[in-house]
Design a protein around this ligand. Structure first.
Ligand code: ATP
Ligand code: MG
Length: 361
């Protein structure tokens, strides 16, 4: 358990009628002020986790604590938690101010205070000038901001966001990501956001929880997830990773040497525990960590290019090596990639110092 956990989920399970397992024993501590994302493929339990935290869904077993107090049985409106829904769920017949005021009106606060808080919340999301506008007159991005203002006006301890930006086009989405991040930093409120966009999660989260089939695969910072994925699922889900089934040959100087499908290569030994010679493992290698080296370089191998795809600054090269190994290699478009085309043979090595995770076989 983390010392300053604001919200603690302990052994939370959710089984739906008919026996569908939504959540399979979730243990998760969320820190005060953290921007946490829940990331994973469709059906992995992201929304269910959010709904359990919000109180819309009761866990089948397990407990939720907020500031150390058991809130498992509290009704949604008795929890200091607000939700921003994917479709915003704004009231079309109310104007912007009325929408934002809605949560406050339920709390029976004095009119003067409500008015000030609505104005402050709209100011925070940059919509002060739209206070009297009708919801139907607003753009998608503006509606998103109204939904945010409506959620933060109640000053929740935890703000839950379910795919809050998925209805926006790519450009606006990127802009809103940065706005969301800076809003969260200014408020200091704990944000828990569901997304299935890994780029979004990687760019704005303090920590990401990767979920798979109702379980947590790994909870870590974006850099940790990228550099040290704990499972093959995470390695395959975050960015692109070559996963080579390999046999450990032995240690030479500061390199661990492996063989995979007749290909031999060495990776930096640091960070990796000792292994027995002959042990089976999976070596994860990022496309950018493969490089072209001169023929005859030790620990290099030949690969035949099967396709070359434009990837902005890099070319993404798909190639075949050994008897049946397919690898993905990123080469700088202006450098090594310049001559690259289908059918040619490249001599491939590993960038020295590349951080290559070793995963279960
Ligand atoms: N009310 C329900 N009744 C029965 N099964 C449900 C219910 N809600 C969710 N499930 C099931 O629980 C699992 C997790 O669903 P959940 O909605 O949490 O997934 P998700 O990660 O949010 O997926 P998506 O990315 O598609 O929104 C799925 O198998 C889903 O079919
Ligand atoms: Mg969902």
């Amino acid at each position: 358990m983390m010392p300053d956990a604001l919200l603690e989920l302990s052994a939370v399970r959710k089984t739906f009628p008919g026996g569908v397992i939504g959540l399979d024993s979730i243990d998760l501590d969320i820190a005060q002020g953290e921007f946490l994302s829940l990331l994973g493929p469709s059906g992995c339990g992201k929304t269910t986790t959010l709904r359990v935290i919000a109180g819309f869904e009761a866990p089948t077993s397990g407990t939720l604590r907020l500031d150390g107090q058991d809130i498992t049985g509290l009704r949604p409106y008795d929890r200091p938690v607000n939700t921003v829904f994917q479709d915003y769920a704004l009231f079309p017949h109310m104007n912007v101010a009325e929408n934002v005021d809605f949560g406050l009106s339920l709390r029976k606060l004095p009119a003067g205070e409500r008015k000030k808080r609505v104005a402050d919340a709209l100011d925070l999301v940059g919509l002060a000038d739209k206070i009297g506008a009708r919801v139907l007159e607003l753009s998608g991005g503006q509606r998103q901001r109204v939904a945010l203002a409506r959620a933060i006006v109640c000053e929740p301890r935890v703000l839950l966001l379910d795919e809050p930006l998925s209805a926006l086009d790519a450009h606006l989405r990127e802009q809103m990501q940065m706005e969301l991040k800076s809003l969260q930093a200014r408020l200091g409120t704990t944000f828990v956001m569901v997304t299935h966009d890994q780029t979004e999660a990687l760019s704005i989260s303090d920590r990401i929880v990767v979920m798979h089939k109702g379980r947590i695969e790994q909870a870590a910072t974006p850099a940790e997830l990228y550099d040290r994925p704990a499972t093959k699922f995470v390695a395959g889900f975050i960015g692109t990773m070559n996963l080579l089934p390999a046999r450990f040959l032995g240690r030479e100087w500061n390199a661990l040497r492996f063989e995979s499908d007749g290909l031999r290569f060495g990776i930096a030994a640091e960070d990796h525990p000792a292994m027995e010679a002959g042990a089976a493992t999976t070596v994860g290698i990022r496309p950018e960590d493969f490089i072209i080296v001169p023929d005859g370089t030790p620990d290099s191998f030949a690969a035949e290019v099967s396709s070359v795809v434009f990837h902005g600054k890099a070319l993404r090269v798909h190639a075949r090596a050994g008897a049946e190994t397919k690898i993905v290699v990123d080469l700088p478009r202006q450098g090594e990639g310049r001559e690259c085309r289908q059918g040619i043979i490249l001599n491939i090595g590993l960038r020295s110092g590349a951080s290559c995770p070793l995963l279960p076989a």
